[in-house]
Design a protein around this ligand. Structure first.
Ligand code: 26V
Length: 826
C-alpha cells in the first residue's frame, strides 16, 4: 500500500479486475465465460506489464537525461525463473491481484504456476546474474543486462526408468515479458579476410572485408526493482538472416530449400543454450554465439555513448562493462577493434580506454572449465580479432619482459597464446590483461585464484588488481517470494518487509526473539507447513509418501563429481545397510530421514548420469522395503529449476554443500537454504566459510579435509602405495556390487573412480567424517529446541549475503557508479 503513491499501479482491486477483463476480451479476444487459468495468467501478466512499462520508460529517460555512468552486465546466462510473482511483489501489488483474481474465481497461486520458467542458464552463474539484476534495479543503479534470447533454454529433465532423458525447452510460446525491438538491429560479420591500407601520413588501417552477415534483433525485458519505481532493462539478442526472409534469387530458381536454409543457419546462432556447466568443449557455434552477442551489445553501447558527443577518453567515465566469466571476453577485442579500425584512435589511447572499461569475474578454478579456443578457429571465424589478440599479447609480453627480464618460462606461462598443438587462445588471460579489476566470488576462491591459476598475473600487475566480491542472493525472490510465511514473521520483528528486504542486516533484530515461545512456535509451524507442501508435491509427482515430521535432507544443484552427490548417495546406502542390520526396536529409535536430490547432468557427462541412475535405483529399493518404512526415504525430484527451488528450499531442514574443498567457487544455494531457516552440512569450501564466520561455527555442520590438504591427498592416492578406502565405504561398494540396487555393472564407473582411479574428488578421504557428522546432525535434530535456536540464530546473522551488499561492493570497488534515485524513491 505504501507504494501506491510512488509507482504507477492499480487504483484498487476493481481497477485491476477491469484491466484483466479488458485484456481477456480485447488482447486475447476471448470471452470471460471461457477464461481458463492460462488466459487468466496471460491477462494478469499483461495488466502488470502495462504498469511496468510506464516506470520502465521513465527510468530509461531519467538515465538518459542524467547522463551519468552506466554499468553493463554481459552474461551468456540469465536464469530468471518466473516473472509475474516477482513483478507483483516488487511493485507491492500482490494483495490487490490476489483479491481481484479471487473475485474473478481464481487463486493467485494457481495463476502464478501457469508461467513457464525463463531458464536461460545452467546453474549458479546464471542465477547470480538474475539476482544481480534484481539488486541493481532495487538499488536504483543505472544498469543494463545484455544476453542472448535463446529459443531453447536449459533442457527439461525427465527421469525414465531411473535415467535422465533430455527434452527441449521451448519456452517462447507466450512470453508477455519481452518486447521485440524490430527497429533495434545490428548486422554482425563473420569469416572474411583482412586488408590493410596506408594513407598519405603513413598510417596503416585494417579493413575486415567479405564473409557472412547475420542480423541481431533486440528483445527487451523490464526488470522491476523492489519498492522503487526504478525499472531497468535486460536486452537479449536474437539472430536472423540479414537480408530479407529468403534469398529471392534462389527462391525464383526453384531452390526453395536452400533459400530457407540461409535463414535457418542464421537463426541457429541464438537457438539453444549450451547445457554444459563447468566444461568447455570448444564448439564453433558457441564461439559464434559469443561474438554475435558481444558485437551486438558493444555496437549498442557505443551508439549510446556517441549520442552524448563526448571525447573517446571519457568513455570509461560513462561506461563500465562487467564480464560474467570469460564467455564475453571477445568484448575486449571488439572494443579495441572499434576504436582503432573504425574510429581511428592510436593503439595506446584505445587500449587504455579498454582496460579502464572492463572488469572480469572468475567463477571457477576447474581447469576443464577454463575457456580456450584454437587459433585456427579464430583465424577462420574472426580473422581481424586474431590479429588484434596477437598484438595485445605482443605488447603484454613486452611489458612482462621489462619487469621479468630473461624469464623465458614466465613469458611462456602467461602468454595469451598457448604454444600447444594446436595453438590455443587462453580466454581468461585475455580477460585479465584487458580489465582493470579481476574478482573471485568468495574469499577462499579469490585467494585460490591469486595463489594458483592467476599467480603469475599477481606478480606482474601487483595484488590490487585482484579483489574479492563474495556472492549474494536477492532476499526478495529467495525469502519474500519463496517463503511468504517466514518473510512476514521476520517482518513483524525487523521493521516491516519494505525495510528489512532492502537492508538485510535488519535480520539481526530477530535474534532478540530467539527465546520467545510464541515466535518459536510460529517459526516451527511455518517450516512444517513448507515441508508438508513439499511432501504433497513428492506424493503427487513420484507416488512416494514421506512424513513431514522426518528430517528433510536436501541436495539440489547441477550433478557434478566435484559437488559429490556420489558421496551423499554412498552415505544414504550406508544408512540403509545400518538400518537393515538393526532390530525393529532399534530402527524405531533411528531419526527418520527423507533424502531429497535434484539436479541436471550435462547431456554428455556419463559419470553424472550414472550418479542420477544410482540415486533412483537406491530409491526404488529403499522406498519399497517394508523393514524401513518412514526411517528412510530417497527421492529424486525431476527437472530441478528456479521455480522448484522456490518450493524445495523453504522445506529443507538440512542441505548438503559438500564439494571437495577448493572446488566450489562460492555456491549460492547454501545462502538460500540458511536464509530459509535450514541448517547446512558442508565442507570448508566457497561461501560456506563466510557463512560459518557470520552465523557461528556452532550453527553449521562442517567436516572433511581442507583445501590446503588436497594436493597432498591426491598425490598420495597415486604415489603413496595402496590407496586405503574406509571400511564403511567398502561395505557400501560391496552392497552395490552384489546387485542390491540392480545390475552392479551399471554403477561400476562410480566405484572404480574412487577405489581404482585415484579418487580425484577425495570421497574416500572425507567419507568417515561425513558419516560422523551426519550422526551428529541426527542427535542435534532430536533436540528440537536446540535445533530451532540454531535456525533462528543463523537466519538473524545472514544479512551479509544479500546481493544488495554484493552489488554495492561492485559499484564502489570496480564500476565507480552511483545510484540514480527517482524523485519519489524512499
Ligand atoms: C562454463 C562453461 C564453460 C564453457 C561451456 C559452457 C559453460 C557454461 C557455464 C560455465 C560456468 C561455469 C562456472 C560456474 O557456473 N561457476 C559457478 O558460479 C557460481 C556463481 O559465482 C558459484 O556460486 C559456483 O560455485 C560456481 O560453480
Amino acid at each position: 500500500a505504501w507504494l501506491k503513491h510512488q509507482i504507477t499501479g492499480f487504483e484498487d482491486k476493481d481497477d485491476f479486475e477491469k484491466q484483466v477483463v479488458r485484456h481477456v476480451e480485447t488482447t486475447l479476444a476471448r470471452s470471460m465465460f471461457n477464461c481458463d487459468e492460462t488466459a487468466a495468467y496471460a491477462a494478469t501478466s499483461l495488466a502488470f506489464r502495462d504498469r511496468l512499462v510506464i516506470e520502465w520508460n521513465r527510468t530509461q529517460q531519467r538515465q538518459t537525461f542524467a547522463d551519468s555512468k552506466r554499468v553493463y552486465y554481459l552474461s551468456l546466462e540469465f536464469l530468471m525463473g518466473r516473472a509475474l510473482d516477482n513483478a507483483m511483489l516488487n511493485i507491492g501489488l500482490k494483495d490487490v491481484a490476489q483479491s481481484g483474481l479471487s473475485d474473478l474465481g481464481f487463486r493467485v497461486e494457481d495463476i502464478i504456476q501457469q508461467e513457464h520458467d525463463a531458464a536461460l542458464g545452467n546453474g549458479g552463474l546464471g542465477r547470480l546474474a538474475a539476482c544481480f539484476l534484481d539488486s541493481l534495479a532495487s538499488l536504483n543503479y543505472p544498469a543494463w543486462g545484455y544476453g542472448l534470447r535463446y529459443r531453447y533454454g536449459i533442457f527439461k529433465q525427465e527421469i525414465i526408468d531411473g535415467y535422465q532423458v533430455e527434452v527441449p525447452d521451448y519456452w517462447l510460446d507466450f512470453n508477455p515479458w519481452e518486447f521485440p525491438r524490430h527497429d533495434v538491429t545490428v548486422d554482425i560479420q563473420f569469416y572474411g579476410s583482412v586488408n590493410k591500407t596506408t594513407d598519405d601520413t603513413g598510417k596503416i588501417t585494417a579493413h575486415w572485408e567479405g564473409g557472412d552477415t547475420v542480423r541481431a534483433v533486440a528483445y527487451d525485458v523490464p526488470i522491476p526493482g523492489f519498492a522503487t519505481p526504478s525499472t531497468n532493462n535486460l536486452r537479449l539478442w536474437s539472430s536472423k538472416a540479414a537480408s530479407g526472409e529468403f534469398d529471392f534469387q534462389k527462391f525464383n530458381n526453384g531452390d526453395y530449400e536452400s533459400s530457407v536454409g540461409d535463414q535457418q543457419r542464421a537463426e541457429t546462432i541464438s537457438a539453444v543454450l549450451y547445457p554444459n556447466d563447468n566444461l568447455d568443449r570448444g564448439k564453433e557455434l558457441r564461439l559464434k554465439q559469443q561474438y554475435f552477442w558481444v558485437a551486438a551489445s558493444l555496437y549498442d553501447i557505443v551508439r549510446r555513448f556517441k549520442k552524448t558527443k563526448r571525447a573517446w577518453r571519457e568513455f570509461p567515465d560513462q561506461v563500465a562493462i562487467q564480464l560474467n566469466d570469460t564467455h564475453p571476453t571477445l568484448a575486449i577485442v571488439e572494443l579495441q577493434r572499434i576504436l582503432i579500425d573504425l574510429e581511428g584512435l592510436d593503439w595506446d589511447d584505445a587500449w587504455s580506454i579498454v582496460q579502464k572499461t572492463f572488469g572480469y569475474t572468475n567463477h571457477t578454478v576447474l581447469p576443464e572449465a577454463l575457456e580456450k579456443w584454437s587459433v585456427g578457429l579464430f583465424q577462420h571465424l574472426l580473422p581481424r580479432h586474431l590479429q588484434i589478440i596477437y598484438d595485445i599479447n605482443m605488447y603484454f609480453l613486452q611489458f612482462v619482459e621489462r619487469s621479468f627480464p630473461q624469464d623465458r618460462d614466465m613469458l611462456r606461462r602467461v602468454s595469451i597464446i598457448e604454444e600447444s598443438q594446436p595453438k590455443m587462445v587462453r580466454m581468461a588471460y585475455l580477460a585479465i590483461v584487458g580489465s582493470h579489476k579481476v574478482n573471485g566470488v568468495a574469499e577462499l576462491h579469490s585467494d585460490l585464484i591469486r595463489t594458483t591459476i592467476f599467480k603469475d598475473f599477481v606478480a606482474i600487475y601487483g595484488p590490487d588488481k585482484f579483489v574479492n566480491v563474495t556472492n549474494g542472493i536477492t532476499p526478495r525472490r529467495w525469502l519474500h517470494q519463496a517463503n511468504p510465511g517466514l518473510s512476514d514473521l521476520i517482518a513483524s520483528k525487523a521493521g516491516g518487509s519494505e525495510h528489512f528486504l532492502k537492508d538485510l542486516t535488519l535480520l539481526n533484530k530477530i535474534e532478540l526473539s530467539v527465546d520467545d515461545p510464541a515466535f518459536r512456535k510460529e517459526w516451527a509451524a511455518i517450516k512444517l507447513a513448507n515441508k508438508t507442501r513439499l511432501a504433497d508435491y513428492i506424493k503427487a509427482t513420484t507416488g512416494v509418501e514421506v512424513s513431514p515430521k522426518a528430517l528433510f535432507d536436501v541436495q539440489v544443484k547441477r550433478i557434478h563429481e566435484y559437488k559429490r552427490q556420489q558421496m551423499n548417495i554412498f552415505g544414504v546406502i550406508h544408512r540403509y545397510l545400518t538400518l537393515k542390520a538393526q532390530t525393529p526396536a532399534e530402527r524405531k529409535k533411528a531419526q527418520p530421514r527423507v533424502n531429497i536430490f535434484g539436479g541436471k547432468a550435462a547431456p554428455g557427462y556419463w559419470m553424472a548420469k550414472q550418479i542420477i541412475h544410482l540415486i533412483n535405483s537406491v530409491g526404488a529399493v529403499v522406498n519399497n522395503d517394508p523393514d524401513i518404512g518412514d526411517a528412510l526415504k530417497v527421492i529424486f525430484l525431476e527437472d530441478y529449476n528456479v521455480s522448484k527451488a522456490e518450493m524445495i528450499i523453504p522445506a529443507s531442514d538440512l542441505s548438503e554443500h559438500i564439494s571437495t574443498a577448493g572446488t566450489e567457487a562460492s555456491g549460492t544455494s547454501n545462502m538460500k537454504f540458511v536464509l530459509n531457516g535450514g541448517l547446512i552440512i558442508g565442507t570448508c569450501d566457497g561461501a560456506n566459510i563466510e557463512i560459518t564466520r557470520e552465523i557461528g561455527e556452532e550453527n553449521i555442520f562442517l567436516f572433511g579435509n581442507l583445501a590446503e590438504d588436497v594436493d597432498d591427498l591426491r598425490h598420495n592416492h597415486t604415489y603413496g602405495g595402496d590407496h586405503k578406502v574406509d571400511a564403511s565405504l567398502q561395505k557400501v561398494f560391496a552392497a552395490i556390487e552384489s546387485g542390491t540396487f540392480g545390475s552392479a555393472q551399471d554403477f561400476s564407473g562410480m566405484i572404480t573412480a574412487v577405489r581404482d582411479h585415484g579418487d580425484f574428488y577425495l570421497v574416500s578421504d572425507d567419507f568417515h567424517s561425513y558419516l560422523e557428522t551426519q550422526d551428529l546432525v541426527d542427535k542435534v535434530y532430536a533436540d528440537q529446541e536446540t535445533w530451532v535456536t540454531k535456525c533462528i540464530t543463523s537466519v538473524a546473522r545472514m544479512g551479509f549475503f544479500s546481493s544488495d551488499r554484493c552489488i554495492n561492493e561492485y559499484a564502489e570497488e570496480i564500476w565507480n557508479i552511483e545510484p540514480l534515485k527517482p524523485e519519489s524513491a524512499a
